[in-house]
Design a protein around this ligand. Structure first.
Ligand code: NAP
Length: 333
């Protein structure tokens, strides 16, 4: 089968298209023929060798934590062969080979069926970057979010930003606020119906102040970090929670501790390892159902063919996309 893998850590150019034997499922594993795979910031972090060695499968490694495909062998999944499935959880592309390949052996706990009303592109856009899943788990399990509260999820062009804004609205947020770094992206976000602060024209603090009548937001879903985190903490309402999810703008942040002390603020870290496979599957099934009922529409920036995986990863990291970046693995089905 065709697969993208690397046998040394490094830049985009270590990603090679290879011809390798298809995996043989064992111990109840399912075999999935991948149709579309997501391209994610974590794939880039892993490939650059930034994770502790013990967390990563010995090389060679195939990236791709997220994808959709057709179930060839159900294994112990209890699902029907021939049905469409979405990867849900697991450490694929990190601790095990991922979805940038024509076939994948998958622990059956890490599969959810894709409803008939959801096409492959929509399911792949939902799963790529896991923005909606992350937001759902962060709001329902970590941040004690309640309907009527307000949420800030910066980065409408990114998975966590759009996922955060969508899920917050669906869960009953009074305000679901997001950001963009350029006027053009802010305009696209507003045209799609989002409350977007244009960071090229207004500070995060001023924007949140304006949109919440000075109260601040109850929850921040922070996938950006770097220079934004200090401002995001300052934008919290009294008793608010910042969930630290990612670091698209850098790993280091400077904060004013009075934003913690005087507001009785909470800061939580987010990691999928905090949740059981059942929690992750239940959340993904709910999100797929919302997708089937057209309650949200994860955006796609571009679909690359599998052989252009290196270019796709570069586009995600450096091309400032607006929406998800996907790989067409077997577009013919
Ligand atoms: N902990 C977890 O399990 C988990 C789960 C999901 C994601 N993550 C992490 O969360 C982070 C975001 O993921 P993603 O998939 O949403 O990434 P993404 O699709 O690459 O989006 C990154 C977003 O960050 C924004 N951004 C970058 N620099 C900025 C700055 N200086 N100021 C304001 N905004 C800035 C971009 O805004 P513009 O488009 O406006 O430039 C973009 O929307 C990544 O680090 C990812 O690895 C972690």
């Amino acid at each position: 089968m065709r697969a993208i893998q690397y046998d040394q850590f490094g830049g985009y150019d270590v990603l090679k298209l290879t011809d390798v034997p298809a995996p043989v499922p064992e111990g109840g594993q399912a075999l999935v023929k991948i149709t579309l795979a997501g391209v994610n910031p974590l794939d880039d972090t892993v490939r650059r060798g930034k994770l502790p060695a013990a967390a990563v499968k010995p090389l060679p490694l195939r990236p791709g934590g997220f994808g959709v495909g057709v179930l060839i062998e159900p294994g112990a999944s209890g699902l029907t062969a021939g049905g469409r499935v979405m990867l849900s959880g697991g450490r694929y592309g990190v601790g095990a080979d991922g979805a940038w390949a024509e076939y994948m052996a998958v622990d059956p706990r890490h599969l959810v069926p894709v409803p008939d009303d959801v096409d492959d592109i929509a399911a792949a856009a939902l799963s790529a970057g896991a923005g909606h899943l992350t937001a759902y788990l962060a709001l329902t399990e970590l941040a004690a979010f309640r309907p009527g509260q307000s949420v800030l999820a910066p980065g409408i062009g990114g998975a966590v930003g759009q996922g955060g804004a969508d899920v917050a609205r669906i869960l009953g947020a009074e305000k679901a606020i997001t950001t963009a770094t350029t006027a053009a992206k802010a305009e696209r976000g507003r045209a799609a119906g989002y409350d977007v602060i244009d960071l090229s024209a207004e500070s995060l603090r001023d924007g949140v102040h304006r949109l919440t009548g000075g109260k601040g937001v109850d929850v921040v879903l922070d996938g950006v970090a770097g220079p934004l985190t200090g401002d995001a903490l300052a934008a919290l309402a009294v008793g608010g929670t910042l969930v630290s999810i990612g670091y698209a703008a850098g790993e280091r942040a400077e904060i004013n501790v009075t934003d913690l002390i005087w507001k009785d603020a909470h800061v939580r870290g987010f990691r999928f390892a905090q949740f059981t496979p059942e929690q992750i599957n239940t959340a993904d099934a709910r999100l797929l159902d919302l997708l089937a009922r057209k309650q949200m529409a994860p955006m796609v920036d571009r679909v690359f063919p599998l052989e252009q995986a290196a270019e796709a990863q570069r586009h995600l990291m450096e091309g400032s996309p607006f929406g998800r970046v996907l790989l067409a693995v077997r577009p013919e089905g």
